[in-house]
Design a protein around this ligand. Structure first.
Ligand SMILES: [Fe+2]
Length: 296
């Protein structure tokens, strides 16, 4: 049961992302999880329609933001963490292994010398098993790598926010072919999540609904064990890895991977502006590792 908190989801139809606000009912303290900054790749314009919905809700409920939590450095949307922080405060947190992700992408994008892959762009780097508070609610950060090396899940009040590890039971699991991703590691992280009590509410970061059903984002640990099409009870690591790798080889590169990651490793800051005051994103030519590029 989630007795202490109120959980509100925000679905972004542009990127199929689900952001959350978790509020402590007793104190009005809140955490925002995985907020989206809209980005139109054709015009190079950012937009705040998604983030402004979150802001309106925070205002309406008179919530006090203590945390802005990222489950990982997303490759499909830009983070609105910085935009939100400038308006409502809160500490931006992510897993400590973000440093490894930053090092890989500093090199890929040839980022400026001043960009240090030390996590200092974030306010807090979570360790595996670290506990923290949202008001009076105790939360635990769990390291669940595999999709990327730095993925975290956040467990609180009988609910777990799993980022891109598992998706809804009829969709399955996240890809493991990004730089630093690994299907074996993902399988072990998923098993760890599935060892939580079966009644634990589980909230996913994306939904890619099959034809005929509306987007949904909440399930339970027990339901995933029974019916997740990729990792239900009885699927071995070997079988999962074979399925995952075969499937990843067919997936297209996310539309916003190159714009997203260079902003998200900066905790949602845009790159420092050029001497004309304009901020530019970098597109490395023929440099993305092969495994993230479809061959067909
Ligand atoms: Fe992701």
């Amino acid at each position: 049961m989630t007795a202490q908190t109120t959980i509100r989801a925000f679905f972004d139809p542009g990127t199929w992302t689900v952001s959350y606000v978790v509020a402590d009912n007793a104190t009005g303290a809140a955490a925002v999880i995985d907020p989206v900054l809209d980005f139109d790749v054709k015009s190079g314009h950012t937009g705040t329609r998604s983030a402004d919905q979150v802001l309106a809700y925070l205002k309406e409920r008179q919530l006090r933001v203590e945390w802005i939590l990222e489950t990982h450095a997303h490759a499909d949307h830009l983070s609105a963490a910085r935009y939100l922080q400038e308006r409502v405060g809160g500490r931006i947190g992510i897993g400590e292994h973000i440093r490894e992700v930053q090092a890989v992408f500093k090199k890929l994008y040839n980022l400026e010398r001043n960009f240090l892959p030390d996590g200092s762009q974030f306010d807090h780097l979570f360790k595996d098993g670290e506990t923290f508070r949202i008001g009076e609610v105790e939360a635990t950060a769990l390291l669940v790598p595999g999709h990327t090396p730095a993925d975290m899940a956040y467990l609180l009040d009988g609910a777990v926010f799993v980022g891109d590890t598992l998706f809804m039971p009829d969709v399955g699991t996240a890809r493991a072919d990004f730089p630093g991703g690994d299907a074996h590691t993902l399988y072990r992280s998923i098993r760890r999540l599935l060892e939580l009590p079966p009644g634990t509410r589980m909230f996913v970061c994306h939904d890619y609904p099959p034809a005929g059903r509306e987007p949904v984002w909440e399930t339970t640990v027990g339901e995933q064990r029974r019916s997740n099409i990729h990792v239900h009870e009885g699927v071995t690591e070997e079988a999962f890895v074979a399925m995952r790798n075969a499937r990843d080889a067919t997936l297209d590169v996310p539309m916003l991977i190159l714009p997203s990651i260079q902003v998200n490793v900066r905790a949602g800051h845009l790159p420092p502006p050029d001497d004309n005051g304009v901020s530019y994103l970098r597109i490395p030519i023929n440099a993305l590792p092969r495994q993230a590029v479809p061959t067909a």
